[in-house]
Design a protein around this ligand. Structure first.
Ligand code: NAG
Ligand code: NAG
Ligand code: NAG
Length: 409
């Protein structure tokens, strides 16, 4: 297993204490590493579908009891992911954690060579902790000091010390859950209904950020350049047009996550008839559409499913026929050009494909539309648009970046 994409930069803004009156919004930007788990690429579609099933099944908020995961959850390990470096304890042990907007829990122990270490700041709460979705884990809850760097230190953060995991084989040690707090409902043994403060809650309650806002920037793979995540605000050096927000969808289960309503068209072909609800998710690799919408997209592009990669593909000489794929969200349209709709060509063989074809990053969610969870705009979407996860104002924002219309692939 190899992790590609090694270039990244840190940009730190003053902390709340250093420049209390200079910056109205307190925010701190951290480097974001993009990982590609080549060992998983051959099953990227299955991995994404399994994660989608887990996310759809998980809702439990509002009195519904958490369902156990199906066996397919073992395959939810994402093939493409974002990671950040985190120190835990005093003295701190270093961990590489996957940044997951589809989870609220933070835990370590995915890599048995780098398990949770008890130090002077560790406190065993005596509760057991379980989580499904991004793979599954179970273990013990601790509270401990968690340091994201650049002054983003949280004391007594809830951390799961996993002693059993499945579905993880990336180059990371656990998950940094940056999803909504409600997603932690019932993850501790003490009660079906209790929640756990997320790291974003901890940063806010301890005065490190003023608002629960995360801005994520990650350029397309072919650009081989740095990404970053901003806690507490947005980093306007990373987007070009205005930021446009939409409220988190009221439709469940999408609304338990960073869910939005959107209408999709391909060229002038309607893929969805009217708006449907789904989620934006940093832990899903592809862009997944409900099976009927996926079929409409396949027909409109003329692509067929490749038996090796399970992805839609076209002979490369038909690439020029690919039309823009449009996501109408709120009153804005976010467009993926042809190169944004296909898998990086240099990684075709890693995927199990060949150089004579192009492979599409639009995949099948595996369920028909109408479930209240009809798409996932994953990593391949977020590579083209700056994305803002704003829990404080229950909204999601998008903006173009200098790479939105890039023809690099
Ligand atoms: C794993 O953690 C659970 C929950 O705290 C605990 O009950 C169990 O004994 C632990 N197992 C091992 C092998 O440490
Ligand atoms: C597991 O952690 C060890 C020690 O930090 C590290 O050398 C190794 O590369 C890690 N493996 C994976 C798969 O993350
Ligand atoms: C999203 O779509 C649903 C279903 O059509 C609708 O009820 C809701 O008002 C829309 N907007 C939001 C923000 O949920």
């Amino acid at each position: 297993m190899i992790v590609l994409s090694l270039v990244f930069l840190a940009t730190a803004y003053g902390s709340a204490f250093a420049h209390p009156s200079v910056r109205r919004d307190v925010s701190v930007t951290l480097p974001l590493e993009g990982g590609l788990n080549l060992a998983r690429l051959a099953s990227i579609v299955e991995s994404d579908q399994a994660r989608a099933v887990a996310l759809m099944q998980r809702p439990h908020v509002g009195g519904q009891k958490r369902r156990s995961p199906s066996t397919s959850v073992d395959a939810t390990n994402t093939a493409v992911y974002f990671t950040v470096q985190v120190g835990i304890g005093e003295p701190a042990s270093q961990y590489t954690l996957l940044l997951d907007t589809g989870s609220g829990n933070t835990w370590v122990g995915a890599n048995s060579s780098n398990p949770y270490h008890s130090t002077s700041t560790s406190h065993n709460t005596g509760k057991s902790s379980v989580n499904y979705g991004s793979g599954s884990f179970s273990g013990t809850e601790y509270t401990d000091k968690l340091d994201l760097g650049n002054g983003l230190v949280i004391n007594d953060q809830s951390i799961g010390a996993a002693n059993k995991t499945s579905g993880f084989e990336g180059d990371f040690d656990g998950i940094l859950g940056i999803g909504p707090t409600d997603l932690t409902t019932g993850t501790l043994s003490d009660s079906d209904q209790s929640t756990v403060p997320t790291v974003v809650d901890g940063l806010k309650s301890q005065g490190k950020i003023r608002e629960e806002i995360l801005g994520m920037f990650y350029p397309p793979y072919a650009e081989q350049t740095s990404g970053s995540v901003t806690f507490g605000g947005v980093d306007d050096s990373h987007y070009t047009g205005p930021l446009s927000y939409v409220p988190i969808t009221k439709t469940e289960p999408a609304g338990y996550y960073f869910g939005v309503n959107q209408t999709i068209s391909y060229g002038d072909v309607e893929i969805t008839s009217g708006a449907v609800s789904g989620i934006v998710d940093s832990g899903t690799s592809l862009i997944l559409l409900a099976s009927d919408h996926f079929k409409a997209y396949a027909e409109a592009t003329g692509a067929t499913q490749d038996s090796n990669t399970k992805m839609l593909s076209l002979p490369k000489d038909q690439f020029r026929n690919i039309k823009p794929l449009n996501f109408h969200i709120g009153d804005k349209t976010w467009t993926l050009n042809a190169n944004a709709q296909i898998w990086p060509r240099s990684l075709n063989t890693a995927l199990g494909g060949d150089d004579d074809h192009v492979y599409f990053v639009v995949g099948n969610l595996g369920e028909r539309s109408g479930s209240g969870f009809d798409f996932i705009n994953g990593y391949m979407f977020m590579q083209r648009f700056y994305t803002v996860f704003d829990s404080s104002n229950s909204r999601v924002g998008f903006a173009t970046t200098k790479y939105t219309n890039s023809e690099a692939n």
